[in-house]
Design a protein around this ligand. Sequence first.
Ligand code: UD1
Ligand code: CA
Length: 492
Amino acid sequence: MTTPHPAAVIVLAAGEGTRMRSATPKVLHAIGGRTLLGHAIAAARGVGPKHLAVVVRHGRDHVAEHIALIDPDAVIVDQDDVKGTGRATECALDALPADLEGTVLVTYGDVPLLEAETLRGLLQAHLASASAVTVITATLPDPSGYGRILRAADGSVAGIVEQKDATDAQREITEVNSGLYAFDAAVLRRALAQVGTDNVQGEKYLTDVLGIARSEGLRVSAHLIADLWQTEGVNDRVQLARLGAELNRRIVEGWMRAGVTVVDPATTWIDVDVTLGRDVTIHQQTQIHGVSTIGNDVVLGPDTTLTDVSVGDGAAVIRTHGSLAVIGAGATVGPFSYLRPGTDLGAKGKIGTFVETKNAQIGAGSKVPHLTYVGDATIGEHSNIGASSVFVNYDGVNKTHTTIGSHCRTGSDNMFVAPVTVGDGAYTGAGTVVRKDVPPGALAINVAPQRNMLGWVHDKRAGTASAKAAAAAAAGADNEDSPIVPEGKPCA
Ligand code: UD1
Ligand code: CA
């Protein structure tokens, strides 16, 4: 059976979140590379609502800006001075078309593990039972803080009572309100108009709608779910970390089931928007963030952090920190490499040990194996950059570009003082400071001829260990001039 789409999903996100003790609004804190609100919106979008409204108030401008960025079609609704989940929902209904009819789902902006699949289940159950209201409930070992589900003698839902308004007997109830609901739009609108603020918190409670619907003789149902994580909200940073770890556990498990080897799931972190190919192997302490895309047969880690990095099939990336970079198929990176934004390593290329790259296009088969900085550069194909070289891209004011051709062999300890170009097939000698363009096929050398000042240490550093070592070496050399004559055997 295909589930019909709801008329609207209303995401409540106006609450203050004081227990986060943060300058950042609670719903903008992130787990799995996505804000709490981003998770809530993704789940809401997953059921294909005609309208999606997000109710904001605390940190309003920051939250609104974020919504506009991640979901430009969402309706941003400002809650007024009247407090409570009921008022927030009412404000959203006012902002949606007046003739809205069908099912309205209400969710929270701070419940990040809720899945679209669960909302679909709620919608199905709601429609199948022809209910006016269906609420997702859960049975908790410790229900404190939550609204309790009141059941009538026949087992049907009679209403919800908030912890603060509950009697001692009601507080014994362990079935709680998750805060996730399906409502008939007309019933919701009508009932909210009747909800007052006569309660301990002086708020307009959305939960009162259930009792009102019930008193109108309408069916109110509970949809009990077993996966408690999906209804858990974030109130403080301890919960943020707890839910972040559980989200990650789910993501990592999902990838293992899809054909990825994860050597140590506990130290592997994968964001929600990452994609991984078949037979990827991830070693310990590896984090893959942002919208990274990892091809087939890639080996990542140990000790690797990639953010918004694309890795081609068969590449290996070991002990590396990279962001906004592209690693070609069959390339090798690391150990101890730092790939900064704009790094683009071609197929079968190499970025090796203690190499930092930035805004660097390194062509197919080209290698930068050791101890080198490549900034603002283009390197052609199948070139080799000698150990310990620096692409000198910054003159203190401007950044300029270096171009190295294909099939070049540059010597160790070179400085490429940009802007400069080394032509195809050219070589440079060790220690060259390349300030002028090198024509194709040329060998560039510019180091001064070596001069040995004999006896300098004896004269200028007399009495030092160096002077003694030099003297001993000289004596050894004298002995070599007069080899020891072996003794003969005496005549018998
Ligand atoms: C609410 C429910 C409670 C349920 C619990 C589940 C009511 C009256 N109570 O309680 O039965 O067990 O959620 O977590 O609904 N919000 C607004 N505007 C407001 C107040 C809240 O948008 O004026 C938003 C918050 O940002 C949050 C959500 O609604 O996302 C829930 O608010 P919260 O204050 O946490 O509700 P609880 O008192 O915990
Ligand atoms: Ca709450």
